[in-house]
Design a protein around this ligand. Structure first.
Ligand code: DQQ
Length: 539
C-alpha cells in the first residue's frame, strides 16, 4: 500500500487529491444536494483557496465538478473564503462568501449566483460587478471580518446575516440587514458577542424545534422554537455553541442561563471537528450539519507525501434534546446504505478486565453500535473535586482506558493492532461526584500509533455525557471507523467525539476491533450491531 493511500478514508467525503478545509454553502436545490468547500487546486497544504463544488442525490455518493468560485476579480483576488447559501423567494439560490482583497488578508463580503438555473448541477456561478456587497466600516478589524451565514428574513421583510468578527478580544457575530439582498446595513449591535473568546469564524445561527426532531428553515418564525448560535473559535479550533432565545424585537440573541460562550461551553464535537455549517433540508425536513476534519499528522511534510489533506465529517442530522439544554447529532440515515456484512451479538457479559474481539467485519472500515447496561452505580469511582476546573480531555488524560476503575472504563478499542501495540479506545467512565454522577466519554488517541514523533498530535479527547443513569442504567455508543478517523456518538448523539489517528500496524486487514471492560462492575452488552462499510461513488 502506498504512503498516499494507507490512511485515506473509504466512506468520508474527499476529492481525489489535495487540500480541503471548511464546508461551504451546503444546500438542497431541485432534487440535488450541493456541497462547496475550501480547496487548494495546487497542493496538499492550505493556500490558493477556491470553492470546489460537488453534487449528490443522497449526501453519500458524489460527483465532483469544476470549482464554482475562484479568485479573479478585485473583490476576491487574494482568496475566496468561506460562506453560505440562501434560497431566495422564487427558488433562486445565492451564495455569500468572503473575498480577500489584498496580501494583508483584508476581507469583504461578495455574492455569486448561478449562471443557468436550468442546469441541474448549477455548474457555473457568476460574480456580478456590483460586488463587493459589504465592506468593513472603521469600527471593524478588516482582517477579522468573514464567513457570512445563510440569511434569514424577519417579520419586517428585511434579510439578515451575521458575519464573524472580533473587537478587543471579544468574539462577535456582526448583524447586517438588507431589503434587496444587495444593499446591506450594519445593525447598531451585533447579534451577540462574548468577551475573551477571540475571533469567531464560521458562525452558524438557526432555529430548533422544541417539539420534535424536524429541522426548521433559517427564516422560520413560529412558536416553540429555540435558537442556536455556533461559532468556530480561532484560538483553539473547536466548534462551540449555545442555546438561547432570539429576541426578534431587539434583534439580539440571548443564550440561556446555563448555556455559556467560549471554551467552557458546549461543543458540537469534543474532538477534531471545525468550521461546521448546517443547512435545512426541505426534502426530509431536517437540519444537517457538515464539518471539516483536518489532518493531525502535523508535519506538513506528511501531507505533501500523501498528496491529500482533510476530509468532511459524515453529515449529521441535528436537533434539540428534549431537555432543551443541548443538541443531539446523529449520522444521516443515508449512511446506512453503505452497510455491508453485518454481525450481531446479544447479551454478553463482560466482567472486570475482560475483552473480546468483534470478528467478521472489516475493522478498518466499519459502523458499530453497542448498548451497554449495568445493574448498579455503587462501584462508580469518586470524582476528584479538583477535576471540576479541568477540561474533560484532561480528566481522560489522567484516568485513561487502562487504569482500572469501578463503573468503567468500558467501551471499544478501535483501529487496534492484534496485540494492542496500537489502538484508539472510545469508552465511558462513570464517576460519583458530590451531588450527581458524571459520565465521561473519551476517544483517546495517545496509543493510536507506534510512530514516534514529538510533533504528533495525539490528544485524549473527551466530553461529559448528560444522562441520568439513576433512572436508566444504560449507555450506548456508535462509532464510525474509517481507516484514519473514528467518529463516535455517545448516548444516542448527546456527546460526539471525532479523532484522527494514523496507525502503522492496524491498517486495512490488519485492523482489529475489541470491546473491553476495565472496571470492577460487570457490564452487559445488550446488543452489538456492526457492519463493514462500503465505499461510495465519488468521482
Ligand atoms: N477558513 C476559511 C476562513 C475561515 C477559516 C479560509 C476557518 O473563511 O474563517 O480558508 O477554518
Amino acid at each position: 500500500i502506498s504512503v498516499k493511500n494507507v490512511h485515506r478514508t473509504g466512506f468520508h467525503f474527499q476529492p481525489p487529491k489535495y487540500w480541503i478545509n471548511d464546508p461551504n454553502a451546503p444546500m438542497y436545490y431541485n432534487g440535488v444536494y450541493h456541497l462547496f468547500y475550501q480547496y487548494n487546486p495546487k497542493g496538499s497544504v492550505w493556500g490558493n483557496i477556491v470553492w470546489a463544488h460537488s453534487v449528490s442525490k443522497d449526501l453519500i455518493n458524489w460527483i465532483h465538478l469544476e470549482p464554482a468560485i475562484y479568485p479573479s476579480k478585485k473583490f476576491d483576488k487574494y482568496g475566496a473564503w468561506s460562506g453560505s447559501a440562501t434560497i431566495l423567494p422564487n427558488n433562486k439560490p445565492v451564495i455569500l462568501y468572503t473575498g480577500v482583497v489584498d496580501s494583508h488578508d483584508s476581507q469583504v463580503q461578495n455574492y455569486a449566483i448561478p449562471a443557468n438555473l436550468s442546469d441541474p448541477f448549477l455548474r457555473k456561478w457568476i460574480k456580478p460587478n456590483n460586488n463587493p456587497l459589504i465592506v468593513p466600516d472603521n469600527s471593524i478589524n478588516k482582517t477579522k471580518f468573514r464567513d457570512p451565514t445563510t440569511a434569514w428574513m424577519g417579520q419586517d421583510g428585511l434579510w439578515r446575516i451575521v458575519i464573524g468578527s472580533m473587537r478587543k478580544h471579544s468574539g462577535m457575530a456582526l448583524l447586517y440587514r438588507s431589503r434587496d439582498f444587495i444593499k446591506w446595513a450594519k445593525a447598531q449591535h451585533p447579534l451577540h458577542s462574548s468577551p475573551h473568546t477571540g475571533n469567531w469564524e464560521c458562525p452558524d445561527f438557526f432555529p430548533v424545534s422544541l417539539k420534535n426532531t424536524n429541522g426548521l428553515d433559517a427564516s422560520y418564525r413560529g412558536k416553540n422554537v429555540k435558537h442556536v448560535l455556533k461559532n468556530s473559535l480561532d484560538v483553539n479550533r473547536f466548534d462551540y455553541y449555545t442555546i438561547g432565545m432570539y429576541d426578534t424585537k431587539k434583534d439580539r440573541y440571548i443564550p440561556d442561563n446555563n448555556s455559556i460562550d467560549g471554551s467552557k461551553g458546549l461543543r458540537l464535537d469534543y474532538g477534531n471537528f471545525y468550521a461546521s455549517k448546517s443547512f435545512y433540508d426541505p426534502m426530509k425536513n431536517r437540519r444537517i450539519v457538515w464539518a471539516w476534519i483536518n489532518e493531525s499528522d502535523v508535519l506538513p511534510d506528511d501531507e505533501i507525501k500523501k498528496g491529500w489533506a482533510g476530509i468532511q465529517a459524515i453529515p449529521r442530522k441535528v436537533w434539540l434534546d428534549p431537555s432543551g439544554k443541548q443538541l443531539i447529532q446523529w449520522p444521516i440515515e443515508e449512511l446506512e446504505t453503505l452497510r455491508k456484512q453485518k454481525i450481531q451479538l446479544n447479551n454478553k457479559k463482560l466482567s472486570k478486565g475482560e475483552m473480546f474481539e468483534v470478528e467478521g467485519i472489516s475493522a478498518s472500515q466499519a459502523d458499530i453500535e453497542v448498548s451497554f447496561s449495568f445493574s448498579s452505580l455503587n462501584k462508580a469511582e469518586q470524582f476528584d473535586p479538583k477535576w471540576a476546573d479541568l477540561y474533560a480531555q484532561d480528566v481522560c488524560a489522567i484516568k485513561g482506558s487502562t487504569i482500572q476503575g469501578g463503573l468503567g472504563p468500558f467501551g471499544l478499542a478501535t483501529l487496534a493492532s492484534k496485540n494492542l501495540e496500537e489502538y484508539t479506545p472510545v469508552f465511558f467512565r462513570v464517576f460519583k461526584a458530590q451531588k450527581n454522577y458524571k459520565v465521561l466519554m473519551c476517544s483517546d488517541a495517545r496509543r493510536s500509533t507506534m510512530r514516534q514523533n514529538e510533533a504528533m498530535y495525539k490528544p485524549s479527547f473527551a466530553g461529559y455525557v448528560d444522562v441520568d443513569l439513576v433512572d436508566m442504567k444504560k449507555l450506548s455508543l456508535r462509532s464510525l471507523i474509517d481507516n484514519s478517523v473514528v467518529e463516535s456518538f455517545g448516548a444516542g448523539g448527546k456527546t460526539c467525539i471525532t479523532s484522527r489517528v494514523y496507525p502503522t500496524l492496524a491498517i486495512h486487514n490488519n485492523a482489529h476491533l475489541f470491546v473491553f471492560n476495565n472496571g470492577s462492575e460487570t457490564i452487559t452488552i445488550e446488543t452489538i450491531n456492526a457492519w463493514s462499510m462500503d465505499v461510495p461513488k465519488m468521482h
